[in-house]
Design a protein around this ligand. Structure first.
Ligand code: PPS
Length: 309
């Protein structure tokens, strides 16, 4: 993707169109993913691939930067080699040319590769399971996740129209958003971790103690982190650092793709911002819809630090 940013400057903005939703195996996906479904499903994973999976806006970019820093011994210069979307290809991204498809970028990348997906567990290309690839999943509480996703729809001109917050929340609650139901996503990956090498992390835990969660990731990857390296990674992946890092904050993309004046990609980066958006009734409705399945899966989320719900 190096060099594509300069080509984009001369690109007709009308080429970016808001996506529509199409169901694949009962999951709402954007039309571009659905149109390329066969190629995505046939993706050939390699045994030393690391797959990063998240529901959109759960902390994907954060864990990507952490993993890249761990893999490069905490060397922030090496992690500045390219924007995050080029360092770690996103296989379920099918933009119009000249932006390369994530699949093509992944295929061209030498091993060992780290790959990003937002797919629910049952839609992950089978070769990842066959090759027994390591996977890291990050989950975020539904309320902050929904708010972040709403603002992302507003600023990303390739996402479906979000409508009002009230409309968007209804779609989120019924899984009528890209990559489907948050509930099915977090529960499906939670169940899969018992039969596969999956490190399941929570955004809220990362906010609570970043150093502790980075150490979990390093241990999972079998990499020793000397104390000064750990400190460097904590500093480099703190919200304020990533917000101003052009290789992490998506500011390399033009405004006709992501309009950061509408809402910055690195927006607030906190736990509990949902309180500024949800009415009491909306909060209770979400709890009613999600609580039972979460409970029966033994899955607990914190929607503010210092409490569980
Ligand atoms: S995407 O488009 O799905 O890849 O987006 P994703 O990276 O998953 O989510 C973006 C949200 O994560 C927040 N973020 C962070 N929070 C805390 N610390 C760090 N370092 C960090 N990096 C990204 C980002 O601000 C978005 O959340 P909101 O709530 O919108 O601020």
């Amino acid at each position: 993707m190096m060099g594509v940013e300069s080509q984009l400057e001369t690109w007709p903005a009308e080429l970016i169109k808001r996506a529509t939703l199409v169901e694949v195996e009962g999951v709402s996906l954007t039309n571009d993913v659905a149109e390329n479904w066969d190629a995505l499903w046939a993706f050939k994973a390699r045994p030393d691939d690391l797959l990063i999976s998240t529901y959109p806006k759960a902390g994907t970019t954060w864990i990507q930067e952490i993993v890249d820093m761990i893999q490069h011994g905490g060397d922030s210069q090496k992690c500045a080699r390219a924007p995050i979307y080029s360092r770690i290809p996103f296989i379920d991204l099918f933009p119009p040319p000249p932006i390369p498809k994530g699949l093509d970028e992944a295929e061209a990348m030498p091993s060992p590769r780290t790959i990003k997906t937002h797919l629910p567990v049952q839609l992950v290309p089978p070769s990842f399971w066959v090759q027994n690839c390591k996977m890291i999943y990050v989950a975020r509480n539904a309320k902050d996740n929904a708010v972040s996703y709403f603002h992302f729809h507003r600023m990303n001109q390739g996402m479906p129209e979000p409508g009002t917050w009230d409309q968007f929340l209804e779609n989120f609650l019924t899984g009528q958003v890209a990559w489907g139901s948050w509930l099915d996503h977090v529960c499906g990956w939670w169940e899969a971790k018992d039969r596969h090498p999956i490190l399941y992390l929570f955004y809220e835990d990362m906010k609570e103690d970043l150093s502790r969660e980075i150490q979990k990731v390093a241990q999972f990857l079998g990499i020793q982190l000397p104390d000064p390296v750990l400190k460097q990674i904590v500093q480099h992946t703190a919200f304020e650092s990533m917000k101003t890092n052009p290789m992490a904050n998506y500011s390399t993309l033009p405004a006709f793709i992501m309009d950061q004046d509408v809402s910055p990609f690195m927006r607030k980066g906190i736990v509990g911002d949902w309180k500024q958006h949800f009415t009491v009734a909306q909060s209770e409705r979400l709890d009613d819809i999600f609580a039972q399945k979460l409970q029966s899966n033994g899955l607990t989320f914190r929607s503010q630090l210092g409490m569980q719900c």
